[in-house]
Ligand binder design. Structure first.
Ligand SMILES: Nc1ncnc2c1ncn2[C@@H]1O[C@H](COP(=O)(O)OP(=O)(O)OP(=O)(O)O)[C@@H](O)[C@H]1O
Ligand SMILES: [Mg+2]
Length: 688
């Protein structure tokens, strides 16, 4: 048995093809050795760009490369990273061509195609190398061929995933071999400029209203009103799981505040994952915003503007610190260059001293600003803030000698409080729970859907399980296919809502599963076969039958048990599954996946050939238990493993029990299910 480095899975991934144009022309004019060096040189640069952007280099073919994001492991925002890489690749080659001494390299150009969707990731082909295959890959290659030199074209799913970050332009659909329908394509124009403003993910065209957060809004309002008469800073953290609506609440609150309190100074900003290691990045952004500076304009003119603002502030009342020193310390923090005139200024001797100095000056600066009107600083995604910014923030909210009447409102995922437990004591924490949705609220949140029948809206509400992000992703998918279509085919719509997973959601949940250890992820995948609710006993039989992916094979029973328990513990710690009290099977610990999408995504990752086996062993395990519901569950698992006559046998046993109980409705359903299973068995036999 080979144990592979990576598991074989069906995954959601983003695939990039890039091809260098113009090598052939160059090769005709140059010596072979020069060409060979040139090619090596270029690819070592381009490969580095891909790897820096988190991509997996799948293979080089001719003058091109194929790279993957989302396999072997997914991360947050793979599609975004792939498109960033595409732009960086083009830029890197252009840069090379400009600087190269070799004649005519400026004729070299890169074409890039990017596409997202389901792939099979595994060991394929005669060389048995890890790669991804499938339609998603073929389309990415086709998009690359269709791109003009020096440009990037992305497919439909990628376009949907990145449109909040990149400017895109729809192209006329592209014909592809082996596809009846032409494929939708978008050209990447560039990055949108608003990336560091607080945003909530939303398709620009879809009108949405915030619902079910009245209590939280008034709570924030009360904190604000209290802060108006307080002389100490108020720090409020809005926390909650991914997509629960933290950013949206912050946005709505800040808009309301600016309407109701025109003299309030509301400064909004957000941390980004890619700047989480840039010291003081958040404070840099805050100062930029407050003083109306542009992020990419650290020029002399802006420096003077900043200096002037500080001088004005410091002239208003006396201070122990000279304005020039504030300009110097805070200006350097922002990134201004002060090489010429730093001679007369004090220098910190240690890192601690420097930090204390920055903290004191920030405090005084904010205090002086607060005299001009209520000062409210909003910082979203604090979980991604750099350490120095967090420490500075923390040092400000500690009670000080000087008064500091400001309100700071942070949005953060729960992880921040796990990493910095001391924040619990320093702040008011508002944890957002699920939004209790019903049909009327769905209609209110999405006016476009108002005309849809109630039972469809109800289905949407129940599928989203109180998570507005889930909700919005499902709605986007629906709206895209057209409301008339939905009204004409309500039954299909319902089953689509029940069975399909929007691509963005799938990518996000897959990334969360990938954050687990391999054992724990294997446990999650095995558990997903059992269902939203699963039992340790069922996991054991799957683990024993698990010969495909290699992690848990050929191991003594106790080792398997230990791995399962470890894996389960981690799933629980990651809040992806929870143990349930009072299991149906007396000696079987019962667990439940946090939400049904998580279960569905885990399930979708299992290769089809393994699924069949897993379902069979679960069916056999379940069939040993008495009680109608186990018989029915067993039958359903047999059906999924294609063993229809065993399924029929289980339905029949359930039928006998229902007969004894004279439960008429049940009898009728079970009879037809038995018959259906028998028929399916006969048909399967006929088809060989
Ligand atoms: N109460 C609500 N009513 C309607 N839509 C909402 C509500 N809350 C959030 N949304 C929408 O749901 C989506 C996810 O919300 P949001 O981006 O605020 O989540 P988040 O908690 O900030 O997630 P993350 O942890 O990823 O930052 C957004 O499109 C947002 O507009
Ligand atoms: Mg957010």
């Amino acid at each position: 048995m080979v144990t592979h480095l990576y598991p074989e899975e069906r995954r959601s991934a983003t695939v990039l093809f890039a091809d260098v144009q113009g090598f052939t022309g160059l090769a005709e004019q140059l010596d072979y050795e020069t060409v060979s060096d040139l090619i090596k040189d270029i690819w070592s640069r381009l490969d580095a760009v891909i790897e820096d952007a988190g991509g997996y280099i799948d293979k080089h073919m001719g003058d091109g490369v194929m790279a993957v994001w989302g396999a072997p492991y997914a991360s947050d925002r793979d599609a975004e990273k792939a498109v960033h890489a595409a732009l960086a690749l083009i830029e890197s080659l252009n840069d090379y061509a400009r600087k190269s001494k070799i004649h005519d390299t400026e004729k070299l150009n890169l074409r890039v195609g990017v596409n997202s969707g389901e792939v099979f990731a595994g060991y394929v082909g005669t060389k048995n190398e890890y790669t991804v295959i499938g339609d998603t890959v073929n389309v990415a290659a086709r998009l690359e061929q269709a791109a003009e030199p020096g440009t990037t074209i992305v497919g439909e799913a990628t376009g949907q995933l990145i449109r909040n970050i990149f400017e895109i332009k729809e192209l006329s659909p592209i014909q592809a071999k082996g596809k009846t329908e032409p494929i939708k394509a978008y050209k990447i124009i560039g990055t949108r400029s608003s990336a560091s403003k607080i945003t909530y993910e939303s398709l620009d065209k879809l009108e949405t209203h915030m619902v079910g957060r009245d209590n939280e809004m008034s709570r924030l309002r009360i904190f604000f009103e209290q802060s108006l008469t307080s002389i100490i800073p108020t720090l409020i953290l809005v926390t909650g799981e991914v997509g629960i609506g933290k950013s949206r609440l912050l946005m709505e609150f800040s808009q309301k505040l600016q309407l109701d309190y025109p003299d309030a100074q509301v400064v909004t900003t957000r941390a980004l994952a890619q700047t989480s290691r840039v010291p003081y990045h958040i404070w840099r952004l805050i100062l930029f915003r407050r003083f109306g500076l542009l992020e990419d304009a650290l020029n002399e003119q802006n420096r003077r503007a900043f200096e002037q603002e500080i001088n004005l502030l410091w002239n208003e009342r006396s201070s122990g610190t000279a304005a020039a020193e504030v300009v110097y310390v805070m200006g350097r923090l922002i990134g201004f260059d002060f090489k010429q005139d730093e001679r007369n200024l004090r220098h910190a001797n240690t890192v601690e001293e420097e930090f204390d100095n920055i903290s004191d000056l920030t405090r005084e600066l904010l205090y002086r600003l607060s005299l001009k009107g209520p000062l409210v600083i909003l910082i979203d995604d604090l979980q991604w803030a750099d350490k120095e910014s967090l420490n500075l923030l923390y040092s400000l909210v500690k009670p000080g000698i000087e008064p500091l009447p400001i309100m700071i409102l942070g949005g953060t995922r729960l992880i921040l409080l796990k990493d910095y437990p001391q924040w619990w004591g320093a702040s008011h924490i508002t944890t957002l729970g699920p939004v209790a949705m019903n049909a009327a609220m769905v209609a209110k949140a999405y006016p476009d859907l108002k005309s849809l029948p109630d039972h469809i809206l109800e289905e949407l509400a129940s599928r989203a399980e109180g998570n507005p992000y889930f909700m919005e992703e499902i709605v986007k998918g629906l709206v895209r296919s057209g409301l008339d279509e939905i009204k004409a085919t309500p039954d299909e719509t319902i089953s689509r809502i029940q069975s399909q997973i929007p691509e963005s959601l799938r990518a996000m949940l897959q990334a969360r599963l990938d954050n687990l250890t391999r054992e724990s992820r294997t446990v999650a995948l095995m558990a997903s076969v059992v269902g939203r609710v699963f039992w340790v006993g069922a996991l054991k039989v799957i683990a024993r039958a698990n010969t495909g992916t290699g992690t848990l094979t050929v191991m003594p029973e106790q080792v398997i048990d230990r791995l399962l328990q470890d894996g389960l513990r981690q799933l629980v710690r990651a809040e992806m599954a929870f143990p349930r009290a009072g299991s149906k099977f007396s000696d079987q610990q019962e667990y439940i996946f946090k939400n049904s999408y998580l279960r569905d995504v885990a399930y979708s990752m299992i290769p089809h050939r393994s699924r069949t086996t897993y379902h069979r062993v679960v069916a056999e395990w379940l069939s040993k238990f008495e009680g109608t519901s186990y018989k029915v569950m067993a039958a359903e698992h047999f059906e999924k493993s294609g063993e229809f006559s065993s399924a029929a046998d289980q339905y029949e046993k359930a039928l006998e029990m229902a007969n004894t109980r004279r439960s008429l409705g049940e009898i009728e359903i079970l009879k037809s299910r038995t018959q259906a299973a028998r028929d399916a068995g006969t048909k399967a036999k006929e088809n060989g």
